[in-house]
Every structure is written in structure tokens, then in C-alpha cells.
Design a protein. Structure first.
Length: 142
């Protein structure tokens, strides 16, 4: 009788263990792969902006969405249309813009903590690229 009792409990233990081994993870892998593919497709579309503390103004707001924007952040890093540039390359990139557009307009966003001289260096590069229309972007006063 004792042997019969041991056999039953040992058999039950093996059945539980075999159930755990046979756990189906196919659905979990499928869902994980779909999520991973979504991240791979969406990640390049996310835009990372440049943080610039613009000076304030009471002038009317102008839309700059379809225009070329030169940004100069507080660390004096230079961007043209969200692409980081070395300062010496700004003029040649703007010359390309001037050649492709009939009436090129460039907007300058410069951090308010920068010196006047640094902003004027960028303005000079814009003028040397033969772009006559330059707008200075500010924040609107509340």
C-alpha cells in the first residue's frame, strides 16, 4: 500500500512539470515582434528639436514651417533645418539654398543668452550666401 501512494504522487509531480515545459510562447513572441517592428518604423519619424530660449516680443506671429530655419543654441551649436552644421559649412549650405529657391527666406532662432557678436557672425554668413530676406524669430509675449 505504501508503494502505491508514492507512485501516485510522483506521477502527479511529473505531470505538472511536463505542463510547464510545454508552455506555448508563440503568441508572446508574435506580439513582441509586432511591437518591435512598430518602434523600428516610428523611431526615424520622431523629430528631436533644439532647445532655444528665444527673446520675447509683442510682434505678430509668422509661420516658419515651410521656410529655412537657422538655429543657434546656448552652447553655440549651429543647425540648419534641424541638421547640425559646423559654422564654417553654414555659408556653403545656404548658398545651395539660394540656388534652389527663387526667393529664399531664412529665419534665425538664436538663444537670448548668446552675445551680439555671435549672432552677427551667423547673420554675416547668411548675407554672404546672398540671401537678402532674413527674419529673427522671437517668442510672443503672453
Amino acid at each position: 500500500m505504501r508503494n502505491a501512494g508514492l507512485g501516485v504522487s510522483a506521477k502527479r509531480g511529473r505531470t505538472r512539470a511536463s505542463r510547464l515545459v510545454e508552455m506555448n510562447v508563440t503568441n508572446l513572441v508574435d506580439v513582441t515582434m509586432v511591437i518591435l517592428i512598430c518602434f523600428i518604423l516610428v523611431a526615424p519619424m520622431l523629430k528631436h528639436g533644439v532647445e532655444i530660449d528665444l527673446p520675447r516680443s509683442t510682434s505678430q506671429k509668422v509661420e516658419v514651417a515651410d521656410k529655412h530655419v537657422v538655429k543657434l543654441d546656448k552652447d553655440e551649436k549651429l543647425y540648419l533645418d534641424e541638421v547640425r552644421l559646423e559654422p564654417k559649412r553654414l555659408q556653403e549650405e545656404l548658398e545651395k539654398v539660394a540656388q534652389t529657391d527663387d526667393d529664399p527666406v531664412v529665419y534665425l532662432e538664436a538663444d537670448q543668452s548668446l552675445t551680439y557678436g555671435k549672432v552677427m557672425e551667423v547673420m554675416s554668413a547668411i548675407k554672404k550666401a546672398k540671401i537678402a530676406k532674413v527674419g529673427l524669430v522671437t517668442k510672443k509675449e503672453p
